[in-house]
Design a protein around this ligand. Structure first.
Ligand code: FES
Length: 140
């Protein structure tokens, strides 16, 4: 039997992960983070049980809600990356991960993403992709 890890993270801030067996049986859920994130996770656990597959998707666009939404969708096997390459903005050499993290932390418009990361501030070819990621992340 091997163990798999399902994880969602705002690097250096909040992290939630679940270890599961090959057959999808949850072994353990672990999280670290701020009080707001801990409160959301505990609320799900107490109201809906220990298996994150059964947790409802959180509403809203707080960093906690967005991160928990990603985690629950991953646990349910429904998470879809909008952009799968490493580098999203080739002009500024900005990684997709950097854009995703900025959105999780509160950059909720393409202008904000550009200000925080510099992605999209040259030729603009990557802007539609940034907007697709924003839409996927922020849509309830
Ligand atoms: S590819 Fe992002 S600004 Fe050109």
């Amino acid at each position: 039997m091997s163990i798999n890890l399902i994880q969602a993270e705002i690097v250096g801030r909040d992290l939630i992960e679940m270890t599961v067996t090959d057959h999808g049986v949850p072994v353990r859920v672990r999280f670290v983070g701020c009080d707001d994130f801990a409160r959301e996770v505990k609320q799900c656990y107490l109201s809906h049980g220990p298996n994150p597959k059964n947790w409802p998707l959180p509403l809203g666009t707080s960093h906690s809600a967005l991160l928990l939404k990603e985690f629950i969708l991953k646990c349910q096997g429904k998470w879809q990356e909008v952009y799968t390459e490493q580098e999203l903005c080739h002009c500024r050499m900005v990684q997709a991960q950097t854009v995703e993290q900025a959105i999780l932390c509160g950059a909720h418009t393409s202008e904000a993403v550009s200000r925080w990361t510099s992605a999209g501030t040259a030729c603009g070819t990557c802007k539609p992709t940034i907007e697709q990621i924003l839409e996927a992340r922020l849509l309830d």
